[in-house]
Write a protein that binds this ligand. Sequence first.
Ligand SMILES: Cc1cc2nc3c(=O)[nH]c(=O)nc-3n(C[C@H](O)[C@H](O)[C@H](O)COP(=O)(O)O)c2cc1C
Length: 217
Amino acid sequence: MDFFETIRGRRSCREFLDRPVSGKDIETCLEAARLAPSGTNAQPWRFLAVRKPELRIALAEAGYGQPCLRLAPAIIVLLGDRGIYLKRLRRAKELADIGAVNSETLAAVEAGYKKRQDGGSGDGVPDDVAIRANCMLAGEHYVLAATAIGLGCCWVGAFDAEKVREILKFNPKYNFPVALLPTGYPAGDLPPPRPRYSISDIAWKDEAGRPWEAGTA
Ligand SMILES: Cc1cc2nc3c(=O)[nH]c(=O)nc-3n(C[C@H](O)[C@H](O)[C@H](O)COP(=O)(O)O)c2cc1C
């Protein structure tokens, strides 16, 4: 599927056929997720693929009974991983070693990291926020790959994180759930596209508040 066809064809899919998703298809989507960018190439994510019916039923309850969780034959639980994120400086050095970033860039990353370790605001937002942002990028790669191979998927952010942890028994010191991604074959036709702001509503030109006009050369 062409890139824009995939982007335009994606919808939040909330109804699924009663048909299992193969491990191979899940892997195709995970491969797309794996290739997502992340700050300092930290890759602070885990994808817990859940297909066991009893676990899916429990996850649907943790998601306040949302039908898309109940109906999906697979639920991918996107987890942030603080343990992996702690290794981000090592990942940054690796980037320098292979010549992907130069020594000045590495020095800037190291300065931000050190400031954080010293208790300053350092390299940006709090760790869990940064981890979450990185996870969302990988999650959307997953969702778009699912669309491209004919699967349906829905981002689910409304769930009880503590219940999800109890069900899946990950270590809360390191892992926290970012989203649930129910995945399966869409039942019925795709719904029409959902409303979106126009480019001039959301984009500014040269100064804050000055709309980007359609057709700007
Ligand atoms: C971070 C995030 C959390 C979301 N959480 C839920 C959710 O809990 N339940 C749900 O049915 N849809 C959820 N959605 C889907 C949105 O409602 C949907 O993306 C939006 O209405 C636009 O529709 P579309 O995805 O079909 O274009 C979520 C989407 C995102 C990106």
